[in-house]
Ligand binder design. Structure first.
Ligand code: PMP
Length: 419
């Protein structure tokens, strides 16, 4: 390690200096911990004059706040002595039972014993990586993939390999080829991380035929599948899909979340894993946080028992469908020739490909100048791909703002083409 003091990314406690005195004390694994591009963007994109098509925040203003307030009051007054106490690291049992009902909508039969509550599905990603990944182990991911998952894998010094994807999701032949090559090279591949529904960032969904193939290939190689499904119930057309977990319970670890179908503020997600894996995850959770917020879990359990949550999801679906339709029709009408994009059947995201020769990252400052923001595609790859891509979110801005944002973006792309 260099003896030269390096500049820290964190504000230093030393007054007047930005040199981090602890720079040489950090564990080697922190070298994989880098601030995400989205985080830096949020500061700029949150200015009111900027139309942000960058962030993936759900529209919680659509929630019935009075009713949620009443549930909070009931938990405090009627169940206070349990709700204000420590709980188990596996999570509240009543909530785990409700979670099994939610998962049954996508064909999963599960016992509450095999479910562990997590602090959003993000904690599940962290715990699973902690339990499975040694430095240098390979984790397979779609290309592109959810950037915070990549950051988590990198924080545990995994070697992230991408597998090609198209409009029907991950390409099974590419998955098979990667596994064959890695196995021949003697590499330890720990799991295949996939977001089969309305993928973040690409917006595509794994087709029914490919689901069978993907599961079959992973089983043949004895590889665990990590199925991350926060958006599955937010489908704007077509039938709900069957989860990979429903097809192969022993080969799939399933990650769910209430962040998009209720609220990310409760920070409640879950993991459904083969029972031996679940036991390891509970031990890892104990050392990470001792126990969950009992209070939040009991509010959400009460919400699922007493509130028509399926109707609430239908309301979300209608609102987001309208926003998706607005974005797609604005893109169809306004985008210059040579620009292409995906057409998501659900979720929050459209993946746009710029005409040849353009670079989304280099273009971003000019876009922000024109008061529109997006996430450059490079952030969704562990390698140097994604320069011609960007992720556009339609979940948060109103339809009028989406139209205006696409109009501004199209102007920026047009002027880049003419340069
Ligand atoms: N996975 C994916 C694919 C996501 O898009 C997100 C949220 N943006 C998460 C996991 C984490 O969600 P949470 O921790 O809020 O459940």
């Amino acid at each position: 390690m260099s003896a030269e003091p390096r500049e820290s990314h964190h504000p230093s406690s030393t007054q007047g200096s930005r040199i981090d005195p602890y720079i040489d004390s950090y564990a080697a694994r922190t070298q994989g911990m880098v601030a995400s591009e989205v985080r830096a963007l949020f500061a700029v994109a949150s200015r009111p004059e900027v139309v942000s098509l960058a962030g993936g925040m759900p529209n919680v203003d659509a929630l019935p706040l009075e009713n949620i307030g009443e549930l909070v009051r009931q938990v405090a007054t009627e169940q206070g002595s349990e709700a204000l106490q420590y709980g188990s690291a596996q999570g509240n049992e009543a909530l785990r039972e409700q979670i099994c009902d939610v998962m049954s909508l996508e064909g999963i039969t599960a016992s509450p014993d095999d479910v562990m509550v997590t602090v959003g599905s993000q904690q599940a990603l962290d715990l699973i990586t902690r339990v499975f990944v040694d430095p240098g182990d390979v984790v397979l991911c779609e290309a592109p993939t959810y950037l915070t998952a990549v950051n988590t894998f990198a924080a545990f010094q995994a070697d992230v390999h991408h597998v090609a994807m198209d409009e029907e999701g991950v390409v099974p032949e590419a998955l098979e080829e990667s596994l064959a090559n890695l196995t021949a090279a003697g590499r330890r591949v720990k799991f295949f991380y996939t977001i089969p529904n309305f993928q973040n960032p690409a917006g595509v969904t794994l087709s029914a035929q490919r689901r069978d193939r993907v599961v079959e290939i992973c089983q043949r190689y004895g590889l665990l599948v990590l199925e991350d499904n926060p958006y599955g119930l937010l489908r704007y057309e077509g039938e709900l899909t069957t989860a990979l977990r429903a097809q192969a319970p022993e080969s799939v670890i399933y990650l769910g979340s209430f962040s998009k179908t209720l609220s990310p503020g409760f920070r409640i997600g879950w993991v459904l894993a083969p029972s031996a894996v679940r036991a390891k995850l509970v031990l890892a959770a104990e050392s990470a946080m001792l126990s969950h917020s009992t209070f939040n879990q009991m509010v959400v359990a009460r919400y699922l028992t007493n509130h028509p949550w399926r109707e609430q999801i239908k309301d979300f679906v209608e609102m987001y469908r309208d926003r998706r339709d607005t974005m797609i029709s604005a893109l169809d009408t306004l985008m210059p020739e040579g620009t292409t994009w995906t057409r998501p059947q659900g979720g929050f995201f459209v993946w746009l490909t710029l005409p040849e020769g353009l670079d989304s990252k280099a273009m971003l400052p000019r876009a922000v100048n024109e008061r529109v923001a997006y996430v450059p595609g490079t952030g969704f790859f562990a390698n140097d791909d994604g320069h011609r891509n960007m992720r556009l979110s339609f979940c948060y801005p109103t339809p009028d703002r989406i139209r205006e944002g696409v109009r501004r973006l199209s102007g920026v792309i047009q002027s880049e083409i003419s340069l």
